[in-house]
Design a protein around this ligand. Structure first.
Ligand code: UDP
Ligand code: MG
Length: 318
């Protein structure tokens, strides 16, 4: 009987310092799990350093190494998608290049999926040690909001480090949406998930690619992609304010009839007008978010463009 194949998908953006640390660790796992064949699918997401040359060099020496290289930086979500589409494994793992997703956990994750009880084994960090306090605070708030506003269960501290069955991978790559928020998509497709917890590990080398604003945009993307609550909130607010102003109008009319009309209260009028202007702009902003997402979806642009790869029958636009 031929061995089962396990694909390990790793999106890489400027990971020249970390790849020489990751690769031997992956090899160790592969050696330890000799009942399986392994392939590593590295996605070079438009790196500006020598990541691609390094990957090609690795591929020349090791047939397990597959690489997909984009024409520019398309973002981690596109990288993950390209990796999943090109992975041939019966089981597919996704992980970061910087050792924040410890490869040593792979055997455990794989064993859960192989037991047949779970379709995927995912990881979550139970601590955020070594992370700036502000960032942890916003991350927590985001997860809280997400849980309130969507039906899907997005777990706090969940990483994009997981092992999935072929069936689950096929379901994920079948989703056509352009705005890909992987954490949401993983949860949305369902399937039985085993959560494995681990302590936060700091980056092995190099720097994080996520600035505060990039994360902020990412969280807005997550909310808009998976929740209609903000746009519903907009109509509730509209209804609320209409009701309130109707009551106020009645009050003003009745007061004028009883006490006569004095020209007073214009400062409060200005405040009310400004307030309503603000609410209107806010609501329009929310609508704009959804419209712009819709606009991106209808354009049907590919998620990425592949410039160079050693994967067989790889589609260049995906
Ligand atoms: N990454 C990517 N494209 C990007 C940004 C990041 O492929 O535009 C990859 C990066 O190489 C790493 C993973 O996504 O393998 C996670 O990035 P990073 O470690 O910088 O994020 P953090 O762990 O700080 O959230
Ligand atoms: Mg990292």
């Amino acid at each position: 009987m031929s061995k089962k194949l396990i694909s390990i998908v790793v999106p890489c953006y400027n990971e020249e310092p970390t790849l020489p640390i990751l690769y031997p660790e992956l090899n160790k796992v592969a050696e330890q799990m000799s009942d399986y064949d392994f392939e590593y699918v590295f996605v070079n997401d438009g790196s500006k350093d020598n990541t691609l040359a390094m990957l090609k060099d690795m591929a020349a020496k090791d047939t397990r190494v597959k690489y997909v290289s984009f024409s520019r930086n398309f973002g981690k979500e596109a990288g993950l998608l390209a990796g999943l589409k090109n992975a041939k494994g019966d089981l597919v793992a996704t992980m970061d290049a910087d050792m924040q997703d410890p490869p040593a956990l792979l055997p455990e994750l794989i064993s859960y999926v192989e037991s047949g009880e779970y379709d995927n084994a995912a990881t979550r960090r139970v601590t955020r040690k070594g992370e700036p306090v502000i960032r942890s605070f916003f991350a927590r708030t985001f997860y809280k909001l997400m849980r309130r506003m969507t039906d899907i269960d997005i777990v706090d501290g969940a990483r994009d480090y997981r092992v999935m069955s072929r069936a689950m991978v096929d379901s994920i790559i079948a989703l056509p949406e352009v705005n890909r928020f992987s954490k949401g998509i993983f949860a949305w497709v369902g399937y039985e998930t085993k959560w494995v917890e681990f302590e936060n590990v700091e980056r092995s080398a190099g720097e994080t690619k996520w600035s505060f604003w990039k994360l902020f945009r990412y969280s807005i993307e997550g909310i808009v992609s998976f929740s209609n609550t903000p746009i519903h909130m907009a109509s509730y607010m509209g209804i609320g304010l209409t009701g309130l102003s109707a009551l106020a109008l009645i009050f003003v009319v009745v007061r004028a009839l009883i006490f006569g009309d004095e020209v007073a209260g214009w400062p409060s009028l200005v405040c009310i007008i400004t307030f309503l202007g603000g609410v209107q702009l806010f609501v329009m902003g929310i609508m704009g978010q959804y419209i712009s997402k819709t606009y991106l979806e209808v354009k049907q642009r590919p998620h990425y463009i592949i410039k160079d790869t050693n994967c067989e029958d790889s589609q260049l636009n995906g």
